[in-house]
Design a protein around this ligand. Structure first.
Ligand SMILES: *Cc1c(COP(=O)(O)O)cnc(C)c1O
Length: 373
């Protein structure tokens, strides 16, 4: 059986005619950068999210950098984020000459713990950047309370959570990325909404931030060739926008396919001694960018066993950021974030995509049951 972590070709095959037509239309329009399809896609995504501004940009890493640039922070200002994430979140803070302050995560949700964030706040703290890891929201209501109390900006790294819903305690439900002051998204091919190359977006409901981020993404330009601030060149090209605009129509269907696969895994794998299935937070839906098990003690052994059966699996992430070689200068040491460190030894993500068949799911689950028997 041919099983992949992510099967983008089968997904494309089902919408090939639509996608190919839209790509041809862009080529025939000869509007390749800005305007045209890019504007259309931004507007459609804005409506999907129910937010004020969507600004398409080059990738998710740029989105984070543009968000930080818009805040006019000073060198050495402190920004709190998680050690258990993709490197971008930390990388851009360092590139911006800000001081990253890491706060440990919650062992059940893998997301930054509001309690550890609270312990990190000083008078130099300016922002918090929670990451909605694997497709489930951080505890945003608690984090927003901390942000409000201490007058901090909250930037949601929503790169893994497009389409995820956040449930407030008052019953209100909104999309991930519309709660903090700014949110960042990535259209990397394997993300919930993936381009055929790189892409990203920034969202905000704040007009002032929206206008300055749009300008920053375009060299800091206002009127053509009038530069009001230092910016960068970060844009989504029209061919990617056209592809994303087609796929956006199917996003909810794609999310449902992921959730159905996750429900099957949950059902078949719950109760096995030696592994834990993903914990669902009460305040968030889960769009399962990744379906991630905890396998204390036997993670590598299970991964090897699955590999021998032709089943891929991945470790996101094997080394927490504070223990990465490049970030030693921050001065953290082993033991500083015990939960992130323990999780990096335990997590294993199973194949998760929109095209998993029942046969494939059964085969994967049977192999895992066999391993633990
Ligand atoms: C993918 C990802 C990014 C970066 O996105 P790119 O488009 O690859 O630059 C940032 N943060 C998180 C949590 C991600 O998963």
């Amino acid at each position: 059986m041919n099983i992949q972590m992510v099967d983008l070709l089968s997904q494309y095959d089902k919408i090939k005619i639509e996608i190919d037509t839209q790509i041809t239309n862009v080529i025939r329009s000869s509007i390749f950068v800005k305007g045209g399809k890019v504007t259309e896609f931004e507007e459609n995504l804005r409506k999907y999210l129910h937010t004020g501004h969507v600004i398409a940009c080059g990738n998710g890493t740029d989105a984070l950098q543009i968000a930080l640039m818009a805040l006019n922070l000073n060198e050495g200002d402190e920004v709190i984020t998680t050690p258990f994430t993709f490197v971008s979140t930390l990388e851009v803070l360092v590139l911006m000459k800000l001081k990253p302050i890491l706060a440990d995560v919650d062992p059940d949700t893998f997301n930054i713990s509001p309690e550890s964030v609270m312990n990190c706040v000083t008078e130099k703290t300016k922002a918090i950047v929670p990451v909605h890891l694997y497709g489930q929201c951080s505890d945003l209501e608690s984090l927003m309370n901390i942000a409000k109390t201490h007058n901090l900006v909250l930037i949601e790294d929503a790169c893994q959570a497009l389409g995820t819903e956040y449930h407030f305690t008052n019953g209100e439900t909104v999309k991930a990325g519309t709660i903090g002051d700014i949110a960042c998204n990535s259209f990397f091919p394997t993300k919930n909404l993936g381009a055929f190359g790189d892409g990203g977006a920034i969202y905000t409901s704040n007009d002032e931030l929206g206008n300055s981020m749009r300008s920053i993404a375009n060299h800091g330009m206002g009127i053509r060739y009038h530069y009001h601030r230092i910016g960068m060149n970060s844009r989504l090209d029209a061919i990617q926008a056209a592809i994303l605009d087609v796929k956006l129509k199917y996003l909810d269907q794609y999310i449902l396919a992921r959730q159905n696969a996750a429900a099957f895994y949950d059902h078949e794998l719950s109760g096995i001694q030696g592994l834990s299935i993903p914990v669902r937070a009460t305040y968030s839906s889960h769009t399962f960018h990744q379906y991630t098990l905890k396998v204390p003690g036997r993670r590598d052994e299970l991964q090897k066993y699955l590999k021998e059966k032709g089943i891929p699996s991945m470790v996101y992430y094997p080394i927490p950021l504070h223990l990465q070689e490049a970030y030693q200068f921050l001065g953290y040491k082993p033991g500083d974030f015990p939960i992130a460190e323990e999780l990096s030894q335990q997590v294993l993500s199973l194949p998760m995509h929109t095209e998993l068949s029942n046969d494939q799911l059964n085969f994967i689950v049977a192999a895992i049951l066999e391993f633990f028997n």
